[in-house]
Design a binder for this molecule. Structure first.
Ligand SMILES: *Cc1c(COP(=O)(O)O)cnc(C)c1O
Length: 387
């Protein structure tokens, strides 16, 4: 059955997305359902958002309850869900820390970029440069985009924000890029959009040491690789370094928009009253949803399952090509094939499997963390069918 491209020719929305001509009306667990009730296996999780699957009961219940009580007050006032969430996030990550809430990953990175510059300027240091890694992705707002060294994404929007320096993911390149002018290094410990690439531990260690020697902040963008995606609640917990700042978004509120920046106590105070803000940041419903999602994401059972199912998916994908990634954040490079985007389209329409491609030969999988080995077998069978 070919599905009509429902709104393609006459949509009232700006044309900045290449959308598929499928509309989903319901979701449950690892499945999405179209208007005819046909199930699709979602191995992309709404771009790394639905880590607990679609409409997780605990999240739905928390949203219902909070929405009936109080939705928004603004940051002129304290609210319990935001404060509790901040305590949960800091307590579970870098301990002595503070959290700032916003509404997306790009905004979380904007906050981190501003914090790094405010921190340097507050210390009377002239350092303003931020070192980023080749093929990084940090978001679409002007600051986050300037931190995203991808020509096709940046070029139409020049001039960008000044002061971003790109390094290759090697010890030598990162070490050379960090100088007295550096106020921060911003990196994804496991890169997502730029192809699923794990930054080697020795590079992270070198970045940590070089940051310490010049007084720069080490910022980990865990918007995609955080929140149990790679098998630990935070991705840094599987590395040998601890960052000063962590940014989160995507999976944090089980599907509602939220972003967060966690900053170590020694730098968090650099964001003084009036330095930064967000009208919706810390919204009660989003925070209540996150408070329901977080204990499930952090549970030993779920983390053990991510590791086990991730290893299994990795092994099964290994039959098809070279696999990269960690936990349930995996890419497979199909040797000698340049049609990954076409394969994604065929997986969707012929096999009802949702995946995506990060380039012409790499398929990326971000299944819900509740996926089972049976789900993996189903996905791999679908892959084999189109290959
Ligand atoms: C998705 C993503 C972002 C941007 O998040 P938005 O919510 O789309 O602004 C930033 N960093 C990483 C690593 C991401 O994967």
């Amino acid at each position: 059955m070919t599905l009509p491209d429902q709104y393609g020719d006459f949509s009232a929305q700006t044309p900045n997305y290449a959308r598929y001509g499928i509309e989903f009306v319901r979701g449950e667990g690892v499945n999405l359902y179209d208007g005819d009730g046909v199930p699709y296996l979602d191995f992309l999780s709404g771009l790394g958002v639905n880590n607990l699957g679609h409409c997780h009961p605990a999240v739905v219940e928390a949203i219902r309850e909070q929405a009936g009580q109080l939705i928004h007050t603004s940051n002129l006032f304290w609210t319990e869900p935001a404060e509790l969430l901040a305590r949960e996030l800091t307590g579970r990550s870098i301990g002595d820390a503070k959290a700032f809430f916003c509404n997306s990953g790009a905004e979380a990175n904007e906050a981190a970029i501003k914090l790094a510059r405010a921190h340097a300027s507050g210390q009377g240091s002239p350092a303003r440069e931020i070192v980023v890694i080749e093929r990084a992705f940090h978001g679409r707002t002007m600051g986050a985009l300037s931190a995203t060294p991808q020509e096709d994404k940046q070029a139409p929007f020049a001039p960008l924000v000044h002061g971003f320096v790109t390094a290759a993911p090697t010890v030598e390149s990162v070490t050379n890029a960090i100088t007295g002018q550096t106020c921060a290094v911003l990196l994804e410990p496991v890169q997502g959009e730029g192809g699923v690439r794990v930054i080697p531990d020795e590079v992270l260690i070198a970045a940590r040491e070089a940051c310490d020697s010049v007084g720069a902040l080490l910022i980990f963008d865990e918007v995609q690789c955080g929140l149990s995606r790679t098998g630990s609640l935070f991705a840094f917990q599987q590395t040998l370094v601890e960052p000063d700042v962590i940014t989160l978004a995507k999976a944090l509120a089980g599907g509602l928009p939220i972003g967060a920046m966690i900053a170590a106590e020694h730098c968090a105070g650099s964001l003084k009253p009036g330095y930064h803000g967000s009208t919706f940041g810390g919204n009660l419903v989003a925070c209540a949803a996150a408070l329901a999602a977080l204990p499930v994401l952090a549970s030993d059972d779920l983390l053990a399952s991510v590791v086990e199912t991730g290893n299994y998916l990795q092994a099964r994908l290994g039959e098809l090509g070279e696999v990269s990634g960690r936990g349930l954040m995996l890419g497979v490079r199909l040797e000698g094939r340049e049609d990954a985007r076409e394969l994604v389209q065929r997986l969707l329409t012929e096999q009802r499997l949702i995946a995506n491609a990060t380039d012409d030969s790499t398929l990326r999988f971000l299944p819900p963390l509740i996926a089972t080995k049976d789900d993996v077998d189903e996905a791999v069978a679908a892959l084999n069918a189109v290959l």
